[in-house]
Design a protein around this ligand. Sequence first.
Ligand code: SUG
Length: 434
Amino acid sequence: MNTEINIDGMIGPTHHFGGLGVGNLASLASQNSQSNPRAAALEGIAKMELVAGLGVGQYYLPPPARPNWLWLESLGFGGDRRDALRRCWDEAPSVLSAAYSSAFMWTANAATVSPSSDTLDRLVHLLPANLCCNLHRAQEAIERRDQLRAMFRHVSNVRVHDPLPSVFSLRDEGAANHMRLCGSDKNNAIHVFVYGPAETNRTRFTPRQSEFAARRAASCLRLDTTKCVFVQQSERAIDAGVFHNDVIATSHQNWLLYHEFAFEKGEQAVEAIRKTFLETTGEPIEEVRVLDSQLPLAEAVRTYLFNSQLLAVERNQMELLCPVQCMESPAVSALVPEWISNPRNPIQRARYLPLDQSMRNGGGPACLRLRVMLNAEELGMLDGRYCATDERTQRLRKIVMTSYPESLTVDDLQRLEFADHATHISKTIAALSQ
Ligand code: SUG
């Protein structure tokens, strides 16, 4: 039987607001404001503890070292490090910001995953995302591949692939644009891949996932394509700041929650999902369609309701971890209690999490985790060193409290003392899993 684990990305000491996220309105609005890496990391740790406390397997990946010196060198900022930081700041401040990026914290973009129950070769496949649509995120692809390989090294039937080639036509942002839905037999599943329009000039912002990448991903993941559905994200949604599908739709088990403007040719797209699900599982899908009159697109993007983290406590019993911004919205406050009181709806309870620092960069609860389904044997082989046990989260919290800065602006990034301090912290955290 499959069990879901959640892998969060530990938020790094260089978390800041660079305004770098393509089509991400929160990131653009926060650009150059003061961040609080300590508060950001504590919010992330508290979420991991909450999820672990609910009995869901919680793992984490340490923050890769920043600034990324090799990457800076590859862009012409080599030589004496103090001088390189200063030159980069003067010549290309957004490159300096990217070299310090903590965007690896959003592990929903780390990879796309297919469990062994669903694959043609009965192996678990993880395809790290190339993230090549964003300068600051493309550097994560190889770091993630290596981290995931280390984490799964003892699980004999896991394949961690190389990311798709880093070219624009194959731009891939991982699980944030993928939904797995399963029937009452959890091993009977379909996979929905969501991509942006092919003509990149049709939308206000560049669509971050290509159809070509979605189809190649399904192939790398060794999925039966008769059980895959490929749907286009709506142009209207991208224009409203929906830069990933998980900002406007989500799913868990047999339950699909989506905004009426999530998909281009919305009814046709959902009909394709319904049909494939019925053919695969013999059961109808349970769906909740949120109308724009109930929650306008802009409010959906502001509150990140669809980016709430869905957790199965038991089958047909789910908890929704929403960002606190949802609690403050009259539109969302009308929807969630209605779901909870409806006996057909599996959501039993909603909790509201303060994730202000992540939200100000466009990352809600679901962005901060990668879901991986493993069977009991695979789970048994998983390396415990990445498990967010109480003891480990306490140690992480201590490191954060004693060494993470409480305030950071892009100006601070040019100081070599800060660069060295941040590198040292990442090494200390990585050592906890060695
Ligand atoms: O890729 N923000 C991230 C947010 C990712 C959210 N993930 C999901 N929806 N799954 C992004 O846009 C902002 C970084 C900055 O501006 O400094 C950023 O990268």
